[in-house]
Design a protein around this ligand. Structure first.
Ligand code: HSE
Length: 461
């Protein structure tokens, strides 16, 4: 099945031409707000397309034309998928900085530097910013937002989390009457795509990742996609908005799909679960729990059915109850959709208003205590490789019992022939804590009847 399609009907079909000359459809005689794009990669070309080919749409929603005046790139010679009308492309950022008519800039450069210095320069020259750069916000959000506030400017960042899904606006504005109780998200499209291909097509991890890169979901360096860092950066942003947390993304306990094996994907499936990379937030009595890890999700539950490059976020608010968001979290047009919506909101002044009142990334004290990660309760999938000899199960069960862990079910698989030394033994636990599960695994791994390669995954009930 094509990426962009969780139903078999591809919503990418609308934008399937890979090379196209862009035409200006905006009305030059209408009231206009001049805008610029800095960075013309995958997302930048999608933004140019929506602004130029569909200027009539943006004008209808903004009540004015968003007039694209400059597109700044590093290398003018590089071949591009979208051919821009003459005169737009430049490699001189100063053309934007010195143009007082340009009010809004979509800054679409990834990574931390030079993106941070460029953003500061643009803010200081009086531009409002729209960005998808979650790494930059997760790393330097407080400094950038403070500077924007001092200068009376704004930074809009809907596209930085879950691409085309409007989760930032929903959490920070539409659900603002709620205490958010929990948030469970599939926030990295690359990981979800890779896990889907491994699960559905039996593709090895490396091949599945290569395909994700070919489709343009993965970052230039995909290590942050697959090791959980990208999802942790997005979770840090959502935790800030939804719970008032002031946590650095790299303080969130995280693990990615890069160490996931097909063995566990298969065992999970036999047990009625799919393994998904979940960004998890829970407001409990002891504080806010945040973690990113592959977890078992029961087949049939909405998050388990999120396939391909799709993202989803399940939020529970105390007033609204459960709300579910689903859509494409990566790729050219879904991300461009969020960027252009932010450009419209900025041009008409909505972003400026909320930016002032939301106190985003202010130095204010956190509104929430963080809980100890070891206290996080839940059930676990434990897979041990054990020698096929009498008494092994009793020894494992004894250690689990000593750590207060009750066993829900046990599955012992016969040796598959590839490894005669050991057989896999899967134990599904009842509710316990992260701390108890870790202690038990640590003790069990010391047993002579247990060989290396234990897996411990949380079950998302
Ligand atoms: N690499 C990211 C993902 C893109 O796969 O989700 C959007 O942040």
């Amino acid at each position: 099945m094509k990426p962009g399609s969780s139903t078999g009907v591809s919503c990418r079909l609308l934008f399937d031409r890979t090379v196209w000359p862009l035409k200006i459809t905006s009305n030059p005689n209408m009231v206009k707000t001049e805008v610029a794009i800095v960075g013309m990669g995958t997302v930048g070309s999608g933004v140019a397309r929506l602004l130029l080919d569909h200027g009539d749409r943006t004008a209808r929603h903004a009540g004015r034309t968003l007039w694209l005046s400059h597109v700044v790139v590093r290398n003018l010679q590089q071949s591009r998928e979208a051919k821009l009308p003459d005169g737009l492309l430049t490699n001189d950022l100063n053309r934007v900085i010195r143009d007082p008519n340009v009010k809004v800039v979509a800054q679409l450069i990834g990574g931390v530097e030079p993106a941070k210095s460029i953003m500061l320069k643009l803010l200081e020259s009086g531009k409002d910013i729209v960005t998808a750069n979650k790494a930059l916000l997760a790393e330097h959000g407080p400094e950038l937002f403070d500077r924007a506030r001092q200068l009376g400017r704004s930074i809009a960042f809907e596209a930085s989390v879950a691409g085309g899904i409007p989760i930032v606006t929903n959490i920070s504005q539409c659900l603002s009457a709620n205490q958010i109780i929990s948030l469970r998200g599939i926030l990295n499209g690359t990981s979800n795509y890779v896990a889907t291909r491994m699960d559905q097509d039996d593709l090895p991890y490396a091949q599945a990742l290569k395909k994700a890169q070919e489709w343009g979901f993965a970052e230039a360096d995909p290590s942050y996609d697959v090791d959980g860092s990208d999802a942790a950066q997005k979770l840090a942003i959502l935790a800030h908005l939804g719970f008032g947390a002031r946590i650095r993304w790299n303080h969130i306990p995280r693990r990615g799909i890069d160490s996931l094996t097909k063995t566990d994907l298969n065992y999970a499936k036999q047990l009625g679960y799919r393994i998904k990379l979940i960004a998890f937030a829970l407001q409990s009595d002891s504080g806010l729990q945040l973690t990113v890890a592959p977890m078992l999700v029961k087949i049939g539950k909405p998050l388990a059915e999120v396939r391909e490059n799709f993202n989803a976020i399940s939020v529970v608010g105390d007033a609204v109850g459960p709300v579910f968001f689903h859509g494409q979290g990566a790729g050219r047009m879904p991300t461009a959709s969020a960027i252009v919506a932010d450009m419209i909101d900025t041009a008409v002044g909505r972003t400026g208003l909320t930016f002032k009142t939301l106190e985003l990334w202010s130095d204010g004290v956190p509104r929430v205590e963080m809980a100890h990660p070891g206290d996080l309760a839940g059930r676990f999938y434990l897979r041990f490789n054990v020698r096929d000899e009498p008494g092994v199960l009793a020894k494992l069960a004894g250690i689990l019992g000593d750590n207060g862990i009750s066993i829900a079910s046990v599955y012992q698989h016969t040796a598959d022939g590839s490894n005669q030394d050991s057989i896999p033994l899967v134990i599904m636990t009842r509710d316990t804590t992260e701390h108890n599960a870790d202690n038990a695994v640590f003790e069990i791994e010391k047993l002579p009847c247990v060989v290396a390669g234990t897996e411990r995954l949380r079950i998302l009930d």
